[in-house]
Design a protein around this ligand. Structure first.
Ligand code: BGC
Length: 913
């Protein structure tokens, strides 16, 4: 240890002491969070080489894995006796514990596998872990015996596949007999658009709006459930309700209509005597569309006519003589694929905070939060035949009525018609709304708040991040982001959840996906979305800017499709998942070539579709700026972003063993940089083109600025921001992806902090002060044209959440590291920020950073997960008293500052300032 100094507490400057916080040493190393393909005991894995992950913990510091051993077998006994092993990895000397691929005998369709693990560490060896399992999906198309079935007609009044589509839900049922005692039963099921399945009257799962969305002509996802506990010997029944989802889509326009709903189901039963049975969807099933869900359209809402309820339809002894035999339907066309990402579930509940009477029998319910999901009626009293209407909206007009202009054509209305006078409870099945307020009509009394529950739905995933500071704006923006991000996960990251759009616009997520990944374990969702993106690729190599391509739009531009590359990089860096890069490398390469071919002229990418979308315009009534001095030229955006894609692709080429491609990418990048600077860089003033913050910041952050000119370009960013925009944001979706990190990296964190905490227009704080509880689509979302003022878009978050974590909390991957195996903890201290309390549950375990700067004292509590390490850096004026504890590996003091290398464990660093 160098430069060890002991300074008195009165000294100006910071005194840091490292206090090691751990307890007794004789507790053992523990194995936790054992996962296959990032899930605990998953059912229905479709990949031939599933990957194993685990975490190790210890109360002692500096825990390092030295080796691991994994064993896999077809039964617990085999595993325990080490007989007939499908795989014994042997002792593998490696410190990696994330996404280790299976390398044993070929895995078979439908089988259940048992596995265990032990590791050795610098603190001793673990015992074998408890036994975990996973099961395989149907790996070959030929494993499917089931047929697609449904009702192949529109037979109810008002049903249409034109304009705003309307169709009743289909009810399907199949009674069957199981002749023996059941050992194991697995249901493979896909209902398009969406389904809810029952066995003997019990829902098979809590999943909703299943399966996940896809481009059906290319790919159709199915789910796998172990349903053993729901079945019994003798009489059973499988019942399924089919909703429209995105298959019988909400509108006739664009590519939203694939056909009438259809079901594919195959139940595989193993009896205890070793024999088997298979129950499949076929023409012997019975179907009706005369049930109570008379309409279900994700934009327009669900209508439920309780008079049409079919009591006990999903029990074995129901008489279905009034039903028809199911029609055989054509397969949707795409490859039938095991769904790799979890389904959607109800993951939170809200009780409304207020009911207001509006007159004319209308009530307004306030959920207190802009949320995504639906309203459950716990208990209301209705009158026979008298519909009760629920209309949903994000905001209210001044007169207290719903503001619905920003829903465009979405009717967002659920209707319940009681079958008799009296009490009922109800919730819709096949729709969701983005709303804070609900207008209720058709009741003749005032209900209680507890009569309602807001059900919050999104893809099942863990919340991984917490973040709090002493600044109210930052805390509320974080909260709004949390609600907005999860509200926009619907098997794809959507643009918005309320109006008649709700699709996966690529550009909204390019950099945002990184920030989101601190708050949510979104790895499986994003890797699935990358497949949607590849599926959207045209034979020529173009990528649709919306994926799945329900709006098929090929611009051959760059800034939106860049999300394909950036999200793949995010999965690698954040979660250590390189598989998407291997999988999509060729498709990405084709796309880059396509752009070079059709969108590049003299090394400038000329095509750009959206500009710096949604930048604050000159007048608060406008959606888009018309002022040429504010707008960044399209080629500046597309050329800088394309340049960054070439660099990312060089990294991907290296990683995937395609290094022969690297010289080509590098050469092209060099030529682009030269042409770009010749065209747009004004050497005397160090400005790019018309000197917008976006033009200068993208050039800087994406590495196009000629060496030595960076500081001058940065000065222009600062001057423009401070002088022309009074310390406010002036960028749209493109510039905002780099603004906060850029300002910080080049030394003006105080300006970044001002932008982050502003309450005046344009700012995130302004949104909050104007009632936002999510993030708006426009900086001026309360005054601009309603055609585009969603209150729940996440794209304007840009790199804000990344900045919260990496720069304010100091939780960051070390440049040499992925998945936070090695951390670089280097918080920044803008004036005014006195407390940060953050945590991130990484794939290696929970990282925490909690610091405060108060009354001359600095205190920083940090936790570094087992089997990882950290380089901690603090500004140079700090002086360290470094104790000789285990876990502190090194301390050095240089002109750059203080650097401490730590192994895993919990530490407190204190000092005075
Ligand atoms: C969407 C955006 C999207 C944009 C692209 C909008 O209508 O809501 O989020 O990125 O169009 O033009």
């Amino acid at each position: 240890m160098k430069n060890r100094k002991i300074l008195s507490a009165h000294l100006i400057g910071l005194i840091i002491s490292l206090i090691f916080l751990s307890g007794c040493d004789n507790q053992k190393v523990k194995l936790v969070s054992l996962k296959v393909e990032m899930q605990e005991n998953p059912i229905g894995i479709g990949t031939p080489n599933p990957r194993f992950s685990w975490q190790i913990t210890s109360v002692k510091p500096d825990l390092q894995q030295k080796s691991y051993q994994i064993q896999v077998a077809l039964s617990e006994e085999n595993l325990k006796n080490e007989e007939n092993l499908i795989w014994d990895s042997g002792i593998i000397e490696d410190d990696k514990s994330v996404l280790i691929p299976f390398k044993g005998e070929e895995l078979k369709s439908g089988l259940k596998y048992y596995w265990r693990l032990r590791v050795s560490t610098n603190q001793g060896d673990t015992d074998w872990s408890k036994i975990n399992t996973w099961s395989m999906a149907l790996l070959n198309e030929s494993d499917w015996k089931a047929k697609w079935i449904g009702e192949d007609s529109m037979s109810n009044p008002g049903e249409t596949d034109k304009g705003n589509t309307r169709l009743a839900a289909r009810y399907l049922r199949k009674p069957f007999t199981l002749k023996n005692n059941i050992e194991r039963a697995v249901l493979y099921i896909s209902g398009q658009g969406v389904y809810e399945a029952y066995i003997n009257g019990e829902k098979i799962s809590e999943d909703v709006l299943s399966p996940t969305v896809s481009w059906y002509p290319d790919r159709v996802y199915y789910n796998v459930y172990d349903v053993t506990p729901l079945l019994k010997r003798n009489d059973n029944i499988l019942g399924v309700i089919l909703g429209n989802g995105r298959y019988f889509g909400m509108r006739e326009v664009w590519n939203q209509l694939f056909g009438l709903p259809r079901l594919l189901a195959q139940l595989e039963v193993e009896y205890s005597d070793g024999s088997t049975d298979t129950i499949i969807s076929d023409e012997t099933w019975r179907v009706t569309s005369k049930g109570p869900i008379v309409a279900n359209n994700e934009f327009d809402g669900e209508e439920y006519d309780a008079r049409l309820e079919i009591v006990n339809w999903n029990l074995a002894n129901y008489n279905d003589s009034g039903w028809k035999n199911a029609d055989i339907m054509e397969a949707p066309g795409g490859i039938i694929t095991a769904q790799p990402n979890p389904n959607i579930r109800v993951q939170d509940e809200l009780t409304p905070i207020k009911i207001t009477e509006l007159g004319e029998g209308k009530l307004i319910l306030d959920m207190g939060q802009n949320m995504v999901g639906w309203l459950k009626i716990n208990s209301l009293t209705g009158k026979k035949d008298q519909p009760i209407k629920f209309r949903f909206a994000e905001t209210l007009k001044d007169d207290g009525n719903l503001y619905i202009d920003n829903l465009r054509g979405a009717k967002a209305t659920d209707i319940y018609i009681p079958a008799e006078d009296g009490n009922f409870s109800w919730e819709p099945k096949f729709v969701y709304h983005g709303f804070r307020f609900v207008e209720i009509s058709g009741l003749d009394y005032q209900p209680e708040l507890t009569d309602f529950t807001g059900k919050v739905v999104y893809d099942m995933m863990e919340t991984t991040g917490k973040f709090e500071t002493n600044n109210e704006v930052i805390n509320q923006v974080f909260k709004n982001a949390y609600w907005g991000i999860r509200g926009n996960y619907r098997g794809m990251p959507t643009d918005c959840p309320q109006r008649d759009e709700r699709v996966g616009w690529l550009g909204d997520r390019t950099t945002g996906s990184f920030g989101e990944a601190f708050i949510f374990d979104n790895a499986l969702l994003y890797s699935k979305w990358l497949q949607d993106i590849e599926d959207s690729q045209s034979p020529e190599g173009s990528i649709s800017v919306v994926s799945p391509k329900y709006w098929t739009i090929y611009h051959d531009d760059v800034t939106w499709p860049a999300a394909y590359f950036y999200s793949a990089k995010m999965l690698w860096k954040q979660f250590g998942d390189t598989e998407p890069i291997f999988k999509h490398y060729n498709s990405m390469k084709r796309y880059l070539e396509r752009i070079q071919e059709v969108s590049m002229k003299d090394y400038i990418i000329t095509k750009d579709a959206y500009g710096d979308w949604c930048m604050p315009p000159e007048s608060q009534e406008l959606i888009h700026s018309k002022d040429p001095t504010r707008r960044t030229a399209g080629p500046v955006l597309s050329t800088t972003v394309y340049y960054s894609l070439l660099n990312i692709m060089s990294e991907f080429a290296e990683l995937t063993g395609n290094s022969q491609d690297i010289p080509g990418y590098k050469e092209l990048a060099t030529q682009i940089k030269t042409a770009y600077n010749n065209t747009y860089f004004k050497a005397d003033s160090a400005m790019y083109d018309n000197n917008t913050v976006t033009a200068n910041m993208l050039s800087l952050r994406l590495g196009l600025v000629p060496e030595g000119k960076e500081i001058d370009v940065f000065k222009n960013v600062v001057e423009k921001t401070v002088v022309d925009f009074d310390g406010h944001v002036s960028t749209g979706v493109l510039g905002i992806q780099h603004l906060m990190r850029g300002l910080t990296e080049y030394g003006n964190i105080d300006l970044a902090y001002k932008i982050a905490t502003n309450r005046t227009y344009p700012s995130w704080g302004y949104m909050i002060d104007n009632g936002a509880t999510t993030i708006w689509e426009l900086w001026n979302g309360n005054t601009a044209d309603p055609a585009m003022n969603s209150a729940n878009h996440v794209m304007l978050l840009g790199d804000l959440i990344i900045w919260y974590y990496e720069d304010l909390a100091g939780i960051k991957n070390h440049p040499e590291s992925v998945a936070f195996k090695k951390l670089l903890m280097e918080p920044k201290f803008p004036e005014g920020l006195t407390h940060v309390d953050a945590s991130y549950n990484s794939v290696y375990g929970e990282i925490t950073s909690k610091w405060s700067k108060e009354n001359g004292r600095f205190t920083w509590n940090i936790t570094i997960p087992g089997n990882t390490s950290a380089i901690v850096k603090l500004p140079k004026e700090m002086n360290v008293i470094a104790p000789d504890h285990d876990g502190v590996r090194n301390v050095s003091d240089s002109d750059q500052g203080i650097e401490i290398e730590l192994g895993s464990g919990s530490y407190t660093i204190t000092g005075t300032i």
